[in-house]
Write a protein that binds this ligand. Structure first.
Ligand code: KIV
Ligand code: NA
Length: 278
C-alpha cells in the first residue's frame, strides 16, 4: 500500500471514496491502523480519558501527547498521522502554537496537527499552514470546552448555531485546513457543510453519513470498556468481554493450580543432571 498523503486524501474526496480515520494511542493500536488500511491515524487527546484515566481531555499535557504519539508513529507508517494539539498548547500565542505544533512533528513524529475551535482559531490555523504545518480543523462539539459549555451536547441544532458552525468551517478552509472533523452535529448540517466546502474533506463523528469520512475513538469502536456510549458510537468489537474471559480464566487457573501444566508449560532438566544436583 502506498503512503497516504494530503493529495491522496483530496483525491478520495474528489472521487467520493470514504475516508476511514481511527484513533490510536500506543504501538499496538498504531500497528493495527497500519495493518488494516486506515487512511488517517489520529492520536486524539481522548488519550486523556481512554488511556490515562483523566476525567477530561483538558488535563492532557504536551509531554503526555508526545510520549504516546512517538509510540503510535513507530507502528503506523502508511496512514497519514495526525496528533491533537492539547488544550492550552495553541491559545497563549501564535508563537507558542507554532512551537508546540513543531514539537508534535519533530518529537512526536506527527505529519499534521488537529486544532479544536471555530473563528477563534482561524488565525492560528493560517499561521501554522504558512509555516508548513498541515492542520486538521475540528468544529461542532468541542470537548476542550466541555466545562464552559456545561457538558457534551450536540451542536448546531438551531439555525443560528448551525450558521455559526458553517461560517467557521468556511473560514477554516480559507485559512488552509487540509481536512476538518465535524463532531456531534445534525446529519443535514454535516452533509451541507461537506457540500459547501470547496475541497476540504470532512471527517464526521456523530455528523451522519453525509461527510467525506468517519472517525471513531478506538475504545468506543472496540468496546474495551463499558462507560457512557454516545448515540453516534457503534461497537464493532467486544474487547471488554474477551478481557474479562482472559483475566478471570487466568486468576482462576492460578488459584486452582491448574496453571502452569507440568508437561506443556514447564521446563525440564535432564534427569541425570537433576540427580547430580540433588
Ligand atoms: O480526541 C479524539 O479522539 C478526537 C476524535 C474523536 C475526533 O478528537
Ligand atoms: Na480530540
Amino acid at each position: 500500500r502506498k503512503k497516504v498523503t494530503i493529495q491522496h486524501l483530496h483525491h478520495l474526496r474528489n472521487e467520493n471514496l470514504p475516508i476511514a480515520m481511527l484513533t490510536a494511542y500506543d504501538f499496538p493500536s498504531g500497528r493495527a491502523c497500519e495493518a488494516h488500511e486506515i487512511d488517517i491515524t489520529l492520536v486524539g487527546d481522548s488519550l486523556a480519558q481512554v488511556c490515562l484515566g483523566y476525567d477530561s481531555t483538558m488535563r492532557l499535557t504536551m509531554d503526555e501527547m508526545i510520549h504516546h504519539c512517538r509510540a503510535v508513529a513507530r507502528g503506523s507508517k502508511t496512514p497519514f498521522l495526525v496528533a491533537d494539539m492539547p488544550f492550552g498548547s495553541f491559545h497563549t500565542s501564535t508563537d507558542d502554537a507554532i512551537r508546540n505544533a513543531i514539537r508534535l512533528m519533530q518529537e512526536g513524529g506527527a505529519e499534521g496537527v488537529k486544532i479544536e475551535g471555530g473563528m477563534e482559531v482561524v488565525d492560528v490555523v493560517h499561521r501554522l499552514t504558512v509555516v508548513g504545518v498541515p492542520v486538521m480543523a475540528h468544529v461542532g462539539l468541542l470537548p476542550q470546552r466541555h466545562i464552559q459549555s456545561s457538558g457534551y451536547r450536540v451542536q448546531g441544532k438551531d439555525a443560528r448555531s448551525a450558521m455559526h458552525i458553517l461560517e467557521s468551517a468556511l473560514a477554516l478552509e480559507q485559512a488552509g485546513a487540509f481536512a476538518m472533523v465535524l463532531e456531534a452535529v445534525p446529519q443535514d448540517l454535516g452533509r451541507y457543510i461537506t457540500q459547501r466546502l470547496r475541497y476540504t474533506p470532512t471527517i464526521g463523528i456523530g455528523a451522519g453519513p453525509g461527510t467525506d469520512g468517519q472517525v471513531l475513538v478506538w475504545d468506543d469502536m472496540l468496546g474495551t470498556w463499558n462507560g457512557h456510549k454516545a448515540k453516534f458510537v457503534r461497537r464493532f468489537g467486544d474487547v471488554r468481554a474477551e478481557i474479562e474471559r482472559g483475566v478471570t480464566g487466568y486468576v482462576q487457573a492460578v488459584r486452582s493450580r491448574t496453571f502452569p501444566a507440568r508437561d506443556k508449560e514447564s521446563y525440564d532438566m535432564p534427569s541425570e543432571e537433576w540427580q547430580k544436583f540433588t
